[in-house]
Design a protein around this ligand. Structure first.
Ligand SMILES: Nc1ncnc2c1ncn2[C@@H]1O[C@H](COP(=O)(O)OP(=O)(O)OP(=O)(O)O)[C@@H](O)[C@H]1O
Ligand SMILES: O=C(O)[C@@H](O)C(=O)CO
Length: 417
């Protein structure tokens, strides 16, 4: 195994696995550190944690255990994947996890680049944009768990890390890999530091990837992983395994806990042609609505039925005020995990999940351990095979076009590609 990756949530990890697999690396996605035998032919492994919203201490502990396992597998380069919208709080764990990984690997310079131009996220002058809006005006300022109120990644990371934060701006990035290498050498005088990199285009990320050849620790969104497989390919270390896919015929069902703008639009679009069911906080927390009720409805409904707790920021705020932020999130996540278990027990073989935390809860609830990477449904979202009876898609909140859920259902049932 060459490249060892740690992802701080499930949709993000599947996004990264998709990028590496598209770039020709044989990649396996694991739900946490695998307990059973693993695929020894894999060239990259992504260990998906559910650590995005947990305390720095716990996130560091889990990430270091994952790192130990990846080191044992013989990996020579390591990647820490967080969200392309840098989802974290001021006291968040991205900085502490990077610090701990850098210390464990004894590296003095760590690349930080959340950019994912394919999904509209770019970094310019250290500021993160979502399409043409600064991060804090993109809707991300209303995120239920990690409201992003500052677009300056250097400043936000500065709150979290004990190391220096430096910056390589687009003037160097646009000049190509040699200029980027020279800028990194220049910054290396800063002692142990995290260096935020501007990136506007996939080509910038390819150049950064080339400059990252031999660097032990790279961190970011899936975009900055684009150029890493090429370094291994150039020295003949990867086999360029083609992706093949055979989905599951039969009804797909959708579970969505994502409250992002994009998901809300996708649910509205899906409701035009498919049945949808709203799961309300009060009903879940009072026990008036059970996972059995929702699974029963999904099993009986036609088309690609969708059950959702996804709600507007105002409703989310009201629920959090009434029941507590953590308690509401936990209640919904347990609810979705139990519903997914009942769906599989009821014979469902294709599940589409909206939202990173929600996906983590479902994957853990189903006890899935390793996933093969199938074809891309939308940028950042691959079809995944979990076992011979189950295929899934895990959609990050803001990913996918308006008809994502129908597209995913079609891909999950596609027989051959
Ligand atoms: N109606 C609601 N009221 C309050 N909280 C909710 C509601 N519905 C869902 N939640 C919680 O909001 C969080 C949504 O996070 P999740 O990561 O699943 O989606 P997302 O943030 O849109 O996706 P991503 O992290 O992939 O961008 C979950 O913890 C979920 O339980
Ligand atoms: O980077 C992203 O935006 C996604 O892969 C993600 O992390 C979703 O939770």
């Amino acid at each position: 195994m060459l490249l060892g990756c740690i992802g701080d949530d499930f949709t993000g990890s599947s996004d990264l696995a998709n990028t590496l697999s598209k770039q020709g690396m044989k990649t396996v996605l694991y739900n946490g550190i695998p307990k059973n035998a693993t695929d020894v032919t894999a060239e990259a492994a992504v260990v998906a944690l559910k650590s995005r919203s947990i305390s720095p201490k716990d996130a560091v502990g889990q990430s270091l255990l994952a790192l130990d396992w990846l080191i044992e597998q013989g990996c020579e380069q390591f990647f820490f994947k967080y969200c392309s919208t840098f989802d974290s709080t001021r006291e968040g764990n991205i900085g502490p996890v990077i610090d701990a990984l850098a210390e464990a690997l004894q590296v003095n310079q760590v690349l930080v680049c959340p950019a994912f131009p394919g999904a509209g996220r770019t970094v310019y002058q250290g500021h993160l944009f979502v399409n043409d809006r600064l991060l804090n005006e993109s809707g991300m300022e209303n995120h239920p768990l990690t409201p992003m109120t500052d677009p300056d990644i250097r400043r936000w990371l500065g709150y979290q890390t004990k190391n220096n934060v430096r910056h390589v701006a687009s003037t160097d990035i646009l000049a190509g890999s040699e200029a980027i290498k020279a800028a990194l050498v220049r910054e290396a005088k800063a002692g142990r530091h995290l260096v935020v990199l501007d990136a506007l285009r996939d080509d910038d990320l390819m150049q950064i990837g080339e400059a990252a050849n031999g660097l032990k620790l790279v961190t970011g969104g899936s975009g900055v992983a684009l150029g890493l497989p090429e370094n291994f390919r150039k020295r003949g270390a990867i086999m360029a395994t083609p992706r093949s896919w055979a989905g599951q015929i039969g009804k797909a069902v959708v579970l969505s806990g994502s409250c992002s703008k994009a998901t809300l639009g996708q649910i509205a679009a899906h409701s035009q042609n498919h049945p949808i069911f709203e799961i309300e906080a009060e009903q879940v927390l009072s026990g008036k609505l059970t996972p059995q009720d929702v699974a029963g409805w999904l099993l009986a409904a036609d088309g690609t039925p969708l059950a959702y707790s996804s709600a507007d920021p105002e409703v989310v705020k009201q629920n959090q005020a009434a029941f507590g932020r953590e308690k509401t999130a936990r209640a919904f996540e347990d609810f979705f995990a139990n519903t997914a278990q009942l769906l599989v027990a009821g014979g469902i073989e294709s599940i589409i999940v909206g939202g990173g935390e929600t996906s983590g809860a479902v994957v853990e609830g189903l006890g899935l351990s390793a996933m093969e990477i199938g074809p891309e449904i939308a940028p950042g979202v691959p079809a995944l095979r979990c076992n011979e009876r189950l295929v899934i898609a895990l959609k990050s909140g803001n990913f996918g076009g308006a008809d994502f859920f129908a597209q995913a259902a079609a891909m999950l049932s596609q027989v051959q590609s």
